[in-house]
Ligand binder design. Structure first.
Ligand SMILES: Cc1cc2nc3c(=O)[nH]c(=O)nc-3n(C[C@H](O)[C@H](O)[C@H](O)COP(=O)(O)OP(=O)(O)OC[C@H]3O[C@@H](n4cnc5c(N)ncnc54)[C@H](O)[C@@H]3O)c2cc1C
Length: 389
């Protein structure tokens, strides 16, 4: 098994088939350091530094944001992101990336609000920094409109976004089919810009990117001490989780640079989100549908629904179709699990299942996942490791 020098100063072993993404590009792999004896019964003992070797499976929004958070919360660690798809080929690259929470029935509302607030505050700071353009994060204002009165006129996130208010009669005149609306300013996070920016941050803090499909989390043992599972829909196989399912989303990316305001139907089905380089028109929510090919009939329907809300879209051009599968389950899974097989142990932190609201929650849940990773690392460093996991 080859051993690769960690940029953090430790050394760690990859299975033969795992090669660092950067090393594939640069050919700078350093092989030939010390072998590692594995997790069981010898954690840290045979290493020069007591570096916790952490594998993050998944390079979508959750994998990358968790990989950025881990070194800030876990002392003495190395981070390796392993995934079969990287930006621009993940679900997270298809999303419109607007911060409007989606409700998770199995997650307490106070938790959802905490994660949303942490995410909003974090991205608001980025939007107000010199990094905003590089990160693809910016403020957007617009309307959420309803054909009938919503059960909650003031949603739980109303005091997190900026300037939340009821739409005026004058504003509602633009939407004769709708009886109620909310106006507010929120944030938008462009996946195809934000993900490469997160990747750079992971690398800057010494992390590695490894393109590799994982069939079983045990493949990562004993090369890694802790595994973070951010594999989204891949968790059906990797975590044996039959509660996670795809909610297919088809969208159109069009050129309509005159549009600046977002418009979202309260059902979440029809939306117009102006972005940096295009406007996202949506959409669909097709439960249990795994088809990644665009459907021309659905595209026509999306276009006509959006034109009904914003007639100027009839002049939109350069229309491109995109499809993504939202990794959905009744609640986000943020949980430690100690896998055991014979005498082997592998601590895993699960961080997946964000469905339609991943961008709205990602930083809050990534911080929580990193805290769970730190608990695992502390337990491994303590004299009676297993009891604390
Ligand atoms: C059309 C659409 C619009 C959306 N709009 C919004 C929005 O406006 N606002 C919002 O908040 N959310 C939105 N979302 C939801 C958001 O995109 C998701 O919640 C989020 O992207 C999920 O991120 P993830 O990292 O969990 O999953 P993914 O992006 O799917 O990443 C999963 C990663 O795991 C890897 N992986 C999986 N299995 C394996 C394996 N066996 N071995 C190795 N690697 C593996 C994949 O290669 C990938 O790198 C939208 C989604 C869609 C589809």
């Amino acid at each position: 098994m080859p051993v690769v020098n960690s940029p953090m100063g430790g050394s760690f072993a990859f299975p033969q088939s795992l090669r660092a993404r950067d090393q594939l590009l640069t050919g700078k792999t350093s092989v030939g350091a010390r072998a590692f004896c594995g997790f069981q019964g010898c954690f840290f003992r045979d290493r020069r530094m007591d570096t916790a070797r952490i594998a993050v499976v998944g390079a979508g929004l959750m994998g990358l944001s968790t990989a950025v958070c881990i070194p800030t919360l876990v002392p003495r660690c190395s981070v390796t992101v392993i995934a079969d798809k990287f930006t621009p080929d993940t679900t997270s690259d298809v999303a419109a990336g607007i911060l409007i929470p989606h409700a998770y029935p199995d997650t307490p509302v106070h938790k959802q609000k905490q994660w949303f607030r942490e995410t909003f505050d974090h991205l608001f700071a980025i939007a107000n920094s010199a990094e905003a353009g590089d990160a693809g994060v910016y403020l957007v204002s617009g309307w959420q409109i309803f054909r009938s009165m919503p059960t909650e006129e003031v949603p739980f996130w109303a005091d997190v976004v900026l300037g939340f208010r009821k739409m005026t009669e004058a504003e509602l005149k633009k939407f004769p089919q709708h009886v109620f609306g909310q106006a507010f300013t929120t944030l938008k996070c462009e996946g195809p810009v934000y993900l490469p920016w997160l990747e750079k941050r992971v690398k800057r803090s010494g992390g590695l990117m490894v393109p590799q499909r994982i069939e079983d989390l045990w493949e990562l043992h004993p090369s890694f001490d802790i595994v973070v599972n951010c594999s989204g829909l891949g968790s059906r196989q990797l975590a044996g989780d039959s509660t996670i399912f795809p909610v297919r989303g088809q969208v159109l990316k069009v050129q309509a640079p005159w549009l600046k305001h977002f418009i979202r139907d309260g059902s979440g089905l029809t939306y117009i989100y102006p972005g940096i380089s295009n406007v996202t028109l949506g959409g669909t929510r097709q439960k249990g549908d795994w088809n990644l090919s665009p459907d021309a009939e659905i595209s026509r329907d999306i276009f006509s629904r959006c034109c009904a809300l914003e007639p100027s879209l009839h002049r939109a051009c350069d229309i491109r179709e995109k499809v993504g599968l939202r990794p959905s389950r009744p609640g986000i899974r943020l949980q430690k699990e100690l896998l055991a097989q014979d005498s082997r142990r592998l601590p895993v932190v699960h961080h997946y299942g964000h469905g339609s609201g991943g961008f709205s929650m990602h930083w809050g849940t990534a911080l929580e996942a990193a805290r769970l990773v730190n608990e695992c690392a502390q337990a491994l460093r303590s004299p009676a490791p297993k009891s604390n996991l």
